[in-house]
Write a protein that binds this ligand. Structure first.
Ligand code: SAM
Length: 427
């Protein structure tokens, strides 16, 4: 019989793989398995992934807890193995050392709660024993795996089930399909939320239909990016469309979405779709003058492969390849999350298309930080999205297609900007 209530092993794992140190799903799985391997009864696990990196988490066990905080940038993890009863936490230690690929470590074991220093209080524990019985069913334990997307001052956290359906490091980015109890399966690229089953229609209906009903007769459409397939799906709902060319740089994104997000990636086999896996920046540079009615830039945030999708050179080419009367629509970031990218993009479009020809449409996406997001327009003709008059035609299409976000009122309202946004873009 130990003369201490608990045993605490303080562990420093060093020289670990930074990617593992930043992978909340595998760390959660390894920490839970480490407890189970040592014979513990797991009650619940709560893990958080911090953006841009770092993971914190705890596995609550009937025998106390295992906790971790990681510094991927140092390949370092601080781990606490606190147990009571007969459990041998060194089994968990050995398992985690392997899982994290720790090149070196230090571990300090200390007894906690020296019985001879404590006074036992007498209280009736009979009622407690019944409750304890429930915890012996490991299926019972709840997993709280949280993913946080944040910048220095604000964050968006989503709980996800911990299941990883797809996880591939492509030449361009890390492509993952995860699942959130609230938003269903979701696509992340380099740990940034891209689209989810439950709110993707907000984004995909607003990137497509306002431009279609503003142009009025778009037949040849270019989509750059859009690897999840939601944007081309919406354009191909319009019978009048003759051809949609989609240029996505990363084939892994298309593959992941076809397999795990079929409701979004529903039109990849459509006969009117010309699907190209390649760099959209180069495609726009090499495309012929005045070829497209619409050019849609459904790109990710201005980092990695998508950085060039925010450049002046790229938008000059987009303007050149648009037919007279053509319309450009670009994923425009958020005036409340990355103001600089949002503002700089609009100033670029004003310079290339003209001050009055670069309107901004605001809409809401619950799983994007702040929820407030934008599409930015470049108009190569007189058609103004704010001044549409074909409401009945729009409502007919909305009802026929069962759209869930877009309608003629939302179309017009999305171009009505709050004063702070007008100030951002008009200086
Ligand atoms: N809704 C998302 C957002 O707002 O961030 C964008 C969705 S979509 C998945 C973005 C796609 O753009 C990704 O599949 C990414 O691979 C693609 N992409 C990034 N840079 C690209 C480039 N230079 N050419 C073509 N596609 C690119």
């Amino acid at each position: 019989m130990s003369n201490a209530l608990g045993n605490h092993i303080l562990v420093e794992f060093m020289g670990c793989d930074p990617h593992i140190m930043n992978d909340v799903s595998s760390i959660e799985r390894d920490m839970v398995d480490a407890a189970l391997k040592a014979g513990a009864t797991v009650i619940n696990s709560t893990f958080h992934h911090f953006s841009p990196y770092g993971v914190s988490g705890v596995v609550v066990i009937q025998e106390s807890h295992l906790a971790i905080h990681t510094w991927p940038e140092y390949g370092y993890a601080a781990v606490d193995l606190f147990t009571c009863g007969e459990m041998d936490a060194w089994i968990s230690f050995d398992y985690l050392k392997e899982c994290f690929g720790a090149k070196n470590y230090s571990a300090l074991e200390m007894k906690r709660g020296a019985v001879q220093l404590l006074t036992r209080n007498d209280f009736d524990i009979s009622s407690m024993r019944q409750k304890a019985g429930e915890w012996t069913n490991p299926e019972m334990y709840t997993r709280n795996v949280w993913f946080t997307d944040k910048d220095d001052n604000q964050a968006l956290s989503l709980r996800y089930t911990g299941e990883v359906y797809y996880d591939v490091q492509s030449p361009f980015q890390r492509v993952r399909i995860l699942e959130s109890p609230k938003y269903g399966k979701l696509l992340t690229l380099d740990d940034m939320f891209m689209t989810t089953e439950k709110d993707e229609f907000h984004y995909h209906e607003m990137i497509s239909h306002p431009a279609m009903f503003t142009h009025g007769n778009a037949k040849n459409i270019l989509v750059i990016g859009g690897g999840d397939g939601g944007t081309v799906r919406e354009f191909l709902r319009h019978e009048g469309v003759e051809k949609v060319t989609m240029v996505e740089i990363d084939g892994e994104v298309i593959k992941a979405c076809k397999e795990h997000l079929p409701s979004i990636a529903a039109s990849f086999d459509h006969p009117k779709l010309n699907l190209i896996v390649g760099d959209g920046i180069a495609f726009a540079r090499e495309a012929a003058n005045e070829e497209f009615d619409l050019v849609i830039v459904d790109g990710s945030d201005p980092v990695g492969p998508a950085e060039g999708l925010f450049s002046v050179e790229f938008y000059r080419n987009c303007h050149r390849i648009l037919k007279p009367g053509g319309i450009l629509v670009a994923q425009g970031e958020s005036p409340k999350f990355n103001e600089q990218a949002f503002t700089e993009l609009n100033i670029t479009l004003q310079h290339i298309f003209g001050k009055e020809n670069a309107p901004v449409s605001l809409f809401f996406v619950p799983t994007y930080p702040t929820g407030m997001w934008s599409f930015q327009y470049g108009l190569k003709g007189s058609a103004q999205p704010k001044a549409i008059s074909n409401d009945s035609e729009i409502e007919q299409f909305v009802n026929a297609k069962g759209l869930k976000y877009y309608n003629s009122d939302i179309h017009k309202a999305s171009f009505a900007l709050p004063n702070f946004v007008k100030t951002l873009i008009n200086g």
